[in-house]
Design a protein. Structure first.
Length: 324
């Protein structure tokens, strides 16, 4: 047998001495009676037996109550597991290549426009944000406060995190770490990037996400022809294959961030996940047994009162005991 709160069982160390103390008090009272009633008489033996039984049942009552509070578990049962709703982490690649103006003013600005539309269309769910460059960090932990998230995105830029280069593996791993496994929700990561990664192995991060049942919606911003990175004079092109791999490996979707309906399509996909409630299987769990111990405690307490009542009746009928 296992217990949810085994520390509660230490209370028995207090109750056991209490029962012995009560037994000592009863013993002194019976010794006083023996001065008036022969110790070997049927009445005296009956009183002693009932006194012992009363103390025993009272001790059992206290012990059972303590055990019930400790949360006993024994045996096994199948428990259905359900997954409801969705938690969303938005992950933004803030490398220098996201400043390329081949999509509007910049790739990052296009990514932020899509993310803001998605947030506005899917209120009422927990959302957070992660940002990455050479490393990844959680910028906004999961929260229902969409206003705080939108305020953060309003000031987000490639200078929001220090470092150089691009490490999509670090970004994806950091974003996945922001989910809380205690909540039985679907977990979705929305990755905004041009797919360029100069370090790390993003496929390792994809595999870890798939293992933890995290869906990765990848939004590719930038064009296949690419453009010049401001200040570096380096040609940068969108690598859609890297982003498609993340969506395929986790069972989600890849979106072309250049499409006009990209935000609407992503919001609709999230809405379908949020509305979905399904049984994801069963797990074997130990069966709680606290009710059984409560029933035993009640029965034992009833026997305690029964012993005391009968003993009291005997004392009233005996003329010697009426002097007490």
């Amino acid at each position: 047998m296992n217990f949810d709160r085994p520390q509660v069982l230490f209370i028995l160390c207090i109750f056991i001495p209490a029962v012995f103390f009560l037994r000592h008090r009863r013993g002194k009272f019976l010794n006083a009676l023996s001065a008036m009633i022969p110790a070997g008489s049927v009445l005296m033996q009956n009183l002693r037996h009932r006194s012992i039984a009363s103390d025993l049942f009272f001790g059992i009552t206290l012990a059972c109550i303590v055990i019930a509070f400790a949360g006993p578990r024994a045996g096994t049962e199948l428990v259905g597991e359900y997954r409801r709703g969705v938690d969303v982490m938005y992950a933004f690649d803030l490398s220098r290549s996201m400043e390329v103006p081949d999509v509007g003013n910049s790739r990052l600005e296009r990514a932020l426009d899509i993310a803001q539309e998605m947030i506005a269309a899917n209120g009422g769910i927990r959302m957070g944000a992660a940002i990455g460059k050479g490393r990844g960090v959680i910028a906004v932990p999961l929260t229902f406060d969409t206003e705080a998230l939108l305020n953060f995105l309003a000031v987000l830029s490639t200078d929001s995190i220090t470092g150089r280069g691009t490490n999509l593996e670090a970004l994806v791993d950091a974003a996945c770490s922001g989910f809380q496994s205690l909540f039985p929700t679907r977990r979705v990561l929305v990755l905004f990037s041009d797919g360029e990664s100069l370090s790390g192995n993003v496929e390792n991060a994809y595999r870890n996400a798939a293992h933890n049942e995290i869906l990765i919606i990848t939004v590719g911003v930038g064009t296949d022809s690419g453009g010049i990175v401001p200040g570096d004079q380096v040609q940068s092109r969108r690598n859609s294959d890297v982003l498609r791999a993340g969506a395929d490996m986790t069972g989600a979707i890849f979106l072309d961030g250049n499409a006009e309906n990209a935000a609407a399509e992503a919001a609709a996909y999230l809405a379908s996940l949020y509305a979905d409630t399904l049984n994801i299987g069963y797990r074997i769990s130990e069966r709680p047994q606290w009710r059984l111990w409560v029933i035993i405690a009640l029965l034992s307490f009833g026997l305690t009162k029964c012993m005391e009542k009968k003993a009291g009746t005997k004392r009233k009928k005996n003329p010697f005991l009426s002097l007490q």
